[in-house]
Design a binder for this molecule. Sequence first.
Ligand code: ZN
Length: 371
Amino acid sequence: MRKLITITLIFYLFLAGCDWKLTVPEYVYKDHRHEVLANRNPQTKEQRPFNNKKLRGTIFSTPVTYQSTTVSISVGNLKSTVTKINYHIWRTADDSKTMKIFPAVNPADHFTILLDTRDFASKRGEYQIEAYSVDNSGKETLLSKSVVIFPQRVPILMYHAVDEYRGQGWKLLFVSPANFERQMQYLKDNGYTLLTFERFSDINKVNKPIFVTFDDGMKNNMNALKILKKLEDHKFKPAATEFVIAGRIDSGSYSLSSTDIKEMVNSGIFSIQSHTMSHSDLRSVTDYVQELKLSKEKIEQVTGKPVIALAYPMGYFNDKVVEETEKYYKFAVTTKYGLFVERGLSNELFLLHRIPIHSTTTIPEFATMIR
Ligand SMILES: [Zn+2]
């Protein structure tokens, strides 16, 4: 990809030496550049900040993949003669005071510049681009605005029990309250932004996005709520997702009751999502309506909020399971190991990988896994 960009740039530089208008047919220009807005995440499209029809030019960029660290930016469709353009660029997640100016003076190459993430400490995510024409007196006039997204890597943590192990259940899945607090304190101290699935479209607009998820709706997850509440302050806003087994709500002392669930929701910290009705292997069930649709509706009745995400029980899924899940949900998490990065693959939001946190996970391991 980088090679292609380099070849394309050399090609443009060569053309810049010739007379662009005479040597470059319009289709070459269109073929090599894509309008920046066309590259945007579909979930953020409606937030298009500016009406481009009123503008005096269009910002173009080369395509960006999850591996790209640079992008070539230019301006076309200019409505008047322009001799110099200043690009104002900053990351959406950072203050616009971090804005840097990149001047371009060559109309023959459509004022092309190379935006390199290394100019912004190699940070990824959404970048704001503004193009201004500059007149002889140095006065800037806005031509166009746009965004470019370098997809960020997003860890989705997977917890089960937050409690001391007392001989019941699988020991590895018990993270002690003290360890859980240390891990959340680490996220707080290191500038992570905790998200729930309702804010999935913000993953490239915030610094260090991360999801904290819990499977199985265990009563001891109230310990997690207590700890997250304790860490909350004006800067750090905790957020977490509880995947409850709908059929086990109010079923006994090991499961969250509907009162517990309401307390979690009212805290503003927890989003309650579905882990099916009965926690069965979805590859072998026949009643998908019961497991997927009715579980969702039952949880929604308790919380009064939409259920949009599913955790596959034991992480089991196949093509049929994904197809059925897509009928009722927007996201689904697996137990496959890894961080999420948007690649534009079909079904990628229904095959989300996670990072399991165990009783034995140390802080250095925790820090390495989410990096
Ligand atoms: Zn489970």
